[in-house]
Design a protein around this ligand. Structure first.
Ligand code: CTP
Length: 409
């Protein structure tokens, strides 16, 4: 982890002593490590211990150094490539979930917009309490990474889930987060984007409102993850991202199908975010249709369902679909997941503000084959794209070693 800036937040749990070892290992691996502690945490481990190990001053107080005032929470937030909270108490989870900022640690978190890894550790009953579980769900939905506690003997004399994972497990999780930069290296990913256009005559067409934003962000994220990406785009005004293996512009559903099938056999994954028209004009006119008649009837025939076809052809390929719905979102999406033989489906209600066509945010759920559902709150399409790519990488890695840490396959 050479050169990575890691900020560790220590809250007041007995497991704080284990985090000394985490800081030490990270430092030895070449990271720049800074530590901030809550007041309660200092009851368990002295700030001096972390200071000696990290070679950096340890921050506890919000206004400790008035003479050298540089807004500690902002400078700490700016420093960090990653914030790790270990151990994270139930009280801390509650504050973070609700945006409470009443000390240096919680204020820094609120001023931070990059990756956060939380390592909860507490008594089993506190961990299983619906309040704690609800807070964890809120945080997961916001994209915070959670390293779940282990089960075992606890300091309070009971046993159950709540033990802070061992320092090597925490460091491995941190390593995975940084390695996730190239998690798709050597993989070939087909991404479809935008809406298809179905010709009525040489001038007119039937189209839809898809902008292509979601698919272009997915392609970008897959390129960043090291994949060989083929982007097959229908109607969209967006510039293709740099680093694509191939950019194929298509118009109709039939053309999109032909190009997807051409690359399918050698692909590791297809992510169908395109809004494929379900019907096309039966006989498009060869010449521009004149407005001679009062009523014009267009006869439509069904287009092939590309994803369903891939579902019947697939060998080891991962198939990811989208379900843009206006009602019964989960029910309809689940049906598509099963009928099209997908690994997971990204569902959203396009009637919600901040989701759907044209906007740069989305409010989505990911539904898995085992019926598990991950509900995400409103996030940028770029962030959702990253979540999707992390999950694809997780499925494609032999040992399922990548994120999400908390999805059971
Ligand atoms: N899809 C496809 N080919 C089609 C229609 C859809 O490959 N002819 C893909 C989409 O890219 C998406 C998924 O199937 O990933 C679901 O698309 P959607 O339009 O939500 O569902 P449909 O199966 O078309 O069903 P309906 O329109 O009745 O909701």
């Amino acid at each position: 982890m050479i050169g990575k800036n890691i900020l560790i937040g220590v809250t007041g749990g007995i497991a704080a002593y284990k985090v000394v070892e985490v800081a030490s290992r990270l430092k030895k691996s070449g990271a720049n490590v800074k530590v901030m502690m809550t007041k309660h945490a200092t009851e368990f481990v002295s700030p001096r211990t972390f200071q000696e190990i990290t070679n950096n001053a340890v921050s506890v107080e919000m206004f400790a150094d008035a003479a050298n005032f540089n807004v500690a929470h902002i400078s700490l937030a700016n420093f960090a490539d990653l914030i790790v909270i270990a151990p994270a108490t139930a009280n801390f989870l509650a504050k973070m979930a609700h945006g409470i900022a009443d000390d240096l640690l919680t204020t820094t978190i609120l001023a931070y917009d990059k990756k956060v890894l939380i390592c909860p550790s507490m008594n089993t009953k506190m961990y299983e309490n619906p309040a704690t579980q609800a807070n964890l769900s809120i945080l997961k939905a916001r994209g915070v990474e959670i390293l779940e506690p282990n089960a075992g003997n606890l300091a309070c004399g009971t046993s159950g889930k709540g033990r802070l994972p061992e320092p090597e497990e925490i460091c491995a999780a941190i390593g995975n987060l940084f390695n996730s930069a190239r998690i798709l290296s050597g993989k070939k990913i087909i991404v479809t984007a935008g809406g298809t256009l179905e010709a009525i005559d040489p001038v007119r067409y039937i189209g839809n409102r898809s902008s292509g934003k979601m698919g272009f962000e997915i392609a970008k994220s897959a390129i960043k993850a090291g994949a060989e990406v083929i982007l097959i785009a229908g109607n969209s005004n967006l510039e293709p991202p740099n680093g694509l293996k191939e950019f194929i512009k298509v118009e109709s559903a039939l053309e999109m199908r032909e190009n997807v099938l051409k690359h399918f056999e050698t692909a590791n994954c297809v992510i169908m975010s395109a809004a494929v028209a379900d019907y096309r004009i039966k006989n498009p006119a060869a010449q521009k249709i004149k407005k001679d008649s009062e009523v014009l009837t267009l006869e439509l025939v069904k287009n092939p369902d590309i994803l369903r076809e891939l579902g019947t052809l697939k060998k080891s390929q991962i198939l990811v679909g989208f379900a843009a719905e206006t009602q019964n979102v989960l029910e309809y999406a689940r049906k598509k997941l099963v009928e099209k033989n997908l690994e997971f489906i990204v569902a959203n209600d396009v009637t919600l503000e901040g989701a759907g066509f044209g906007v740069s945010t989305n409010i989505a759920s990911i539904i898995w084959r085992d019926e598990q559902v991950e509900n995400f709150s409103k996030m940028s399409k770029a962030d959702l794209a990253e979540k999707i790519i992390e999950r694809v990488a997780h499925l494609l890695s032999k040992d399922k070693k990548f994120f999400p840490l908390t999805v059971n396959q």
